[in-house]
Design a protein around this ligand. Structure first.
Ligand code: WQD
Length: 338
């Protein structure tokens, strides 16, 4: 069985391709290279010794998606990462997000619906919870109005998958990520943000290596231990392994429902200042940062209740925040040739 990984040259996608190959799956990657590079294929091969098949396809092109499934008739397992994912950009350009994130999902599902049976893993996000009332956040926490068009595309995507599951042989798992961070320990693959990083950890490593002058900490007047926002930072390798576990669950027909939902986090929350302190400890670098105003749209805290993922999915995060920050720093140094 060949597994399709869309967005497979991206940050989480590439790490998932590695973990799929590590357990013997045959992988084909679709990527439009809008936010990644072909060089990632070499990074994957350097780790696993196998280069996955690759198709450069824009999933907004319906015919191209159809043609793919004619060429790869044996693909019945899909892990769907491909999407635009910059929260701020989605506010500026909502139609880009609805066309890309919703359009590509619909075209993929239209092809899978033609099959007797298929397995679909969807990359969702804890943003669907907005600012959850209760910590840690369980899968039963209410879905709140999205804080951005990006978050809305994840909510809409989940609803589309649930509706299609009722009338097709598509079995799905929705994986709601908390904050993915870090890089593969081999430093052959990692996060490659284009332009100025939006996320905390790449901004930290780029500041430490001297590409960015100073990290701005967005607000220190939140109702948290030290006033800065709290998040659940999960190592990307742990996150990748969860996708393989979820896919295997569907292949083995262990799923209890046609659509299952799991929160993927460590279960531990860390504040921005705690992340900065941990980075300084693991890297030995003093970080230049300043406290500035809050960033619009940020929730005060979000960390996962991992009970369902641990006990039902049978997956548990094993790597620590220090592991993630150390690997992110090693990756930054390698990418910058330092
Ligand atoms: C984390 C914390 C910031 C940058 C987003 C998306 C989410 C997912 C992960 C795609 C916050 C603070 C950040 C900086 C800072 N992406 N921060 N200075 O916003 O929790 O989640 O990325 O799926 O959907 O919403 O992650 O890394 O941007 O921010 O102080 O330069 O770091 O305020 O408290 P976030 P983040």
């Amino acid at each position: 069985m060949k597994i399709l990984v869309t967005g497979g040259l991206g940050f989480i996608g590439s790490h998932t391709v590695v973990e799929l190959q590590n357990v013997g799956f045959d992988v084909v990657v679709i990527d439009d290279l809008s936010n990644s590079s072909l060089d990632v294929l070499n990074g994957i091969e350097a780790i696993t010794g196998k280069k996955p098949d690759f198709e450069k396809i824009d999933l907004r092109e319906k015919q191209a998606v159809k043609d793919f499934f004619v060429k790869y008739t044996d693909v019945t397992g899909v892990i769907h990462f491909a999407a635009s994912k910059a929260v701020g950009e989605s506010v500026e350009n909502p139609l880009l997000y609805y066309e890309n994130n919703i359009g590509s999902l619909v075209y993929l599902l239209q092809e899978l619906q033609k099959k007797q049976e298929s397995h679909f893993i969807f990359s969702s996000s804890c943003t669907v919870y907005g600012q959850a009332e209760k910590m840690p956040i369980t899968e039963e926490a209410p879905i709140q109005g999205a804080m951005s068009p990006y978050g809305n595309t994840k909510q809409i995507g989940e609803e589309i998958i649930k509706d299609v599951a009722k009338v097709s042989g598509i079995n799905s798992v929705l994986l709601r990520y908390f904050n993915p961070v870090g890089a593969h320990p081999s430093v052959n693959i990692g996060e490659l943000p284009l332009g100025v990083p939006l996320n905390l950890v790449p901004f930290i490593t780029q500041t430490a290596i001297g590409i960015r002058e100073q990290l701005s900490v967005f607000g220190s007047d939140y109702q948290t231990t030290d006033g800065t926002c709290v998040r659940d930072y999960i190592h990307v390798v742990d996150l990748a392994k969860a996708h393989v576990t979820a896919l295997q669950r569907l292949i083995d027909k262990k799923n209890a429902e046609k659509v299952e939902v799991f929160n993927l986090g460590t279960g531990t929350g860390n504040s921005v200042l705690e992340v900065i302190n941990a980075f300084e400890k693991v890297s030995g670098q003093k970080l230049n940062y300043k406290i500035v105003d809050r960033r619009a749209g940020d929730v005060t805290e979000a960390y996962a209740d991992t009970t369902k993922a641990n006990n039902i999915l049978g997956w548990k995060a094993e790597l620590s925040l220090d592991d993630a920050l150390a690997s992110a720093w090693k990756w930054e140094q390698k990418v910058r040739g330092k």
